[in-house]
Design a protein around this ligand. Sequence first.
Ligand SMILES: [Zn+2]
Length: 137
Amino acid sequence: MTEPLGKRIPAAPEPTVETVEYWQAADAHKLMIGRCHGCGEAYFYPRSRCPRCLSADTGLEQAEGSGTVYSYSIMRRAKIPYAIAYVTLAEGPTMMTNIVDCAIDHISIGMPVSLVFVESDGGSPVPVFKPAGEFAG
Ligand SMILES: [Zn+2]
């Protein structure tokens, strides 16, 4: 089965005090990750304390937008089938996301992917990934 994944409109994100800066960056189509200024750890999702050393000396950093599929699952029984995936970013952190612009059975673990933003239902755009390199198109 090589049917394409359908166009799904994600629900609008609901920014909190801790995530408003992240979603403002998303409005400009920038994916931000957390970076610890104490131990150097890059992490996702961004939060004010480093998950490795608990330092509060942290900040946001723009991810370059490339990664590889770590794991994925196809939601075939949804009205519009879609793919949930964990993508490991070039900077190191792994994030839960969706894969788009790809035939359902063409997704594979280790597949290179690149960042795109899709419009949400009335809120900030949401970061998802599409096949990259020889897997694109
Ligand atoms: Zn740290």
